[in-house]
Design a protein around this ligand. Structure first.
Ligand code: ATP
Ligand code: MG
Length: 215
């Protein structure tokens, strides 16, 4: 069993939220790279419950959570939390950050996003509070224009009087959407997701084309 965080230490805590449908190596590599670069003590992986903006999501939240748990198990600096999965209503980042602030009052919180997510951050609930509760770190992501992301970041910094850390992360052009498509087509996802996750989704018949879906 992994050592949990000591609640009263002045820790630097990174947070990676996502639907993780399913988790893939770009999530893990991005989190690890940022943890190391900014000397963050622990990265919390927090799979969403029922995200208000991703209504099309079919995968059971506990399956998404279990896959994150499997994928993060071998890294002592990664912790998977069921905070959002166990919430019954829609889950919002701002509520999660408030909860974490209560649990770890002395910690500095760093919220990690990819370049696509930072561009949409203004559609999230209580934008200003998010920036007040955590320092945002925006990672580069293949397919997302650096220039566009940078412009957006500068705009956000001015508008909300915040500082957003923008970081170049060695690129991995992987998305959960791509993984799902590959799996639905019966194609390989080997070396794109951890083997344990591959096994789990096969054993649980996830992302398989349902009968009748085929044309
Ligand atoms: P989907 O295609 O279903 O949207 P996704 O690959 O974008 O899945 P999410 O769970 O939506 O994964 O993303 C969680 C977080 O990880 C987001 O902040 C997202 O920007 C970031 N992220 C995902 N893939 C990458 C990647 N290849 N490089 C950098 N950041 C990434
Ligand atoms: Mg996404």
């Amino acid at each position: 069993k992994k050592q949990l965080l000591e609640e009263n230490k002045p820790l630097k805590i990174g947070i990676l939220g996502g639907t993780f449908d399913p988790i893939h190596y770009a999530h893990l590599a991005t989190a690890e790279f940022i943890r190391d670069k900014y000397k963050i003590d622990k990265i919390l992986f927090i799979p969403t419950g029922n995200p208000p903006h991703k209504l099309g999501i079919k995968t059971d939240k506990y399956d998404r959570y279990n896959m994150v748990l499997l994928a993060t198990r071998s890294n002592d600096n990664f912790i998977t939390l069921d905070l959002e999965v166990e919430r019954h209503k829609s889950t919002y980042t701002v509520d999660t950050l408030k909860d974490l602030k209560k649990i770890y009052p002395k910690a500095e919180l760093y919220f990690i996003t990819g370049a696509d997510a930072i561009c949409e951050v203004e559609t999230w609930k209580d934008v200003e509070d998010n920036f007040r509760l955590a320092t945002f770190i925006a990672a580069t992501r293949p397919g997302i224009s650096l220039l566009k992301a940078q412009e957006k970041i500068e705009q956000l910094e001015k508008r909300y009087g915040t500082k957003i850390i923008s970081v170049y992360v060695p690129s991995l052009d992987i998305s959960s959407t791509y993984i799902r498509e590959q799996l639905e087509d019966g194609k390989t996802v080997k070396y794109l997701i951890p083997e344990e996750v591959d096994l789990y989704l096969k054993e649980n018949n996830l992302y398989r084309m349902e009968h009748g879906d085929e044309i």
